[in-house]
Ligand binder design. Structure first.
Ligand code: MRU
Length: 378
């Protein structure tokens, strides 16, 4: 089975319902922008690149009914309005607003062509949205290659162990993954001793999704709770010695400050303390030069019940029913909860930002210059 978060062929979009993983593999049909908005908001699909692509394709599906007799201006206005709506589904990852901005430009240009009609504008949109799916896999393979090379260059020996956080794999992207793509590349070139992944509280993207992908691909891997990371970094055994922590990103600000899944910041602090490399892996669509630093990144806050409740397994004190999908409370009823979905890791704690075209390192002034990476062609 190929792990696919997104299945698309003209006019048809299905997403793997990630709320049901790792227990059930079930695809949901997405027939409109509204369906796409709900799938993203409800976390049935998640991960910065996947969110952008599902949003773009959900509207492409809805546009299938547009014909040459549809008015250009009306089709254009419809697409622009739907894109603005889709962007409201989740605020932190920049890939979605970046995709919307690019798609808007494409349809605005298509509408200006002499003799353009509604169908031509719709086709320009659908082609560009489908291209995003293809481009993302190619970008991730580039990230995997460059990240793996960089880690090996900065490590001793022929095999390394790495630690990752959250899910950044095939399930969070169009395929292959960003940080998990780096791990896949290390494994493919027989340079991976072991991957460690955090469970990633409170939503457990690590234990539910990353662990699922690692088991699926038969990559040697060990799951830890988030609170075990510093203890792991102290270990020096041949398997446990961590060469690098590699994480994904939801938004990289112009100065390199990086918003990613809550818990990333504390991993970067402990990496610095232990002298371990800390790498951010993301396509250039995640770099946001309009955001000067992490201070201006809006951090999504999610419902408290994601912290206080958990879905199965049911434990009656004697037996565990691992197939139970029951929702159980794991906190004292009535407690207040703070549940930011992301945090910002300052650039000072990051050693390199891996993109599809290479690894950006700090200059002699100790700062990242991401403008060159953004200007360079693939
Ligand atoms: O809340 P989520 O599950 O959408 O958060 C996902 C992450 O934080 C990922 O690490 C990030 O989007 C990078 S995905 C390649």
């Amino acid at each position: 089975m190929v792990l696919e978060a997104i299945r698309y062929k003209e006019g048809q979009l299905q997403i793997l319902n990630q709320l049901k993983l790792p227990h059930q593999v079930e695809y949901d049909n997405v027939r409109s922008a509204e369906d796409g908005w709900h799938a993203i908001k409800e976390m049935r699909t998640r991960g910065a690149p996947a969110i952008a692509i599902v949003a773009a394709l959900s509207l492409a599906v809805e546009l299938q009914t547009i014909t040459t007799s549809d008015n250009v201006e009306e089709v254009l206005a419809f697409i622009l309005e739907k894109l603005d709506y889709l962007v409201t589904s989740r605020p932190t990852a920049v890939n979605l607003s970046d995709a919307a901005r690019k798609l808007k430009r494409i349809v605005e240009n298509a509408a200006k062509h002499d003799g353009s009609d509604g169908a031509a504008v719709s086709k320009a949109y659908c082609d560009a949205a489908a291209q995003m799916l293809t481009d993302d896999v190619a970008d991730n393979e580039g990230i995997g290659k460059h990240g793996a090379e960089w880690i090996m260059k900065h490590s001793e020996g022929s095999k390394v162990s790495v630690l990752t956080h959250c899910n950044t794999g095939s399930l969070a992207t169009a395929g292959y993954g960003t940080a998990l793509g780096v791990i896949r590349s290390l494994h493919a070139q027989s340079s991976l001793q072991r991957a460690f992944c955090t469970e990633t509280r409170p939503y457990n993207q690590g234990s539910r999704l990353t662990a699922f992908e690692l088991v699926h691909d038969k990559i040697p891997a060990t799951l830890i709770t988030d609170s075990m990371a510093s203890a792991l970094l102290r270990l020096k055994g041949p398997t446990e010695k961590i060469a690098a922590i590699v994480v994904g990103a939801d938004r990289v600000a112009a100065n390199g400050d990086t918003a990613n899944k809550i818990g990333t910041y504390q991993l970067a602090i402990t990496a610095k303390h232990h002298g371990i490399k800390f790498l951010v892996a993301a396509p250039r669509t995640t770099i946001d030069l309009q955001t000067p630093s992490g201070d201006s990144i809006v951090i999504e806050e999610r419902p408290g019940k994601e912290v206080t409740m958990i879905k199965g397994p049911r434990f009656d004190g004697v037996d565990v029913d691992v197939n139970s999908t029951e929702v159980v409370s794991i906190a004292a009823s009535g407690i207040d909860v703070w549940n930011p979905a992301f945090d910002v890791t300052p650039a000072s704690l990051i050693d390199g930002i891996v993109t599809e075209i290479g690894v950006v390192e700090k200059g002699e002034d100790g700062k990242f210059d991401l403008t060159l990476a953004m200007e360079a062609q693939n």
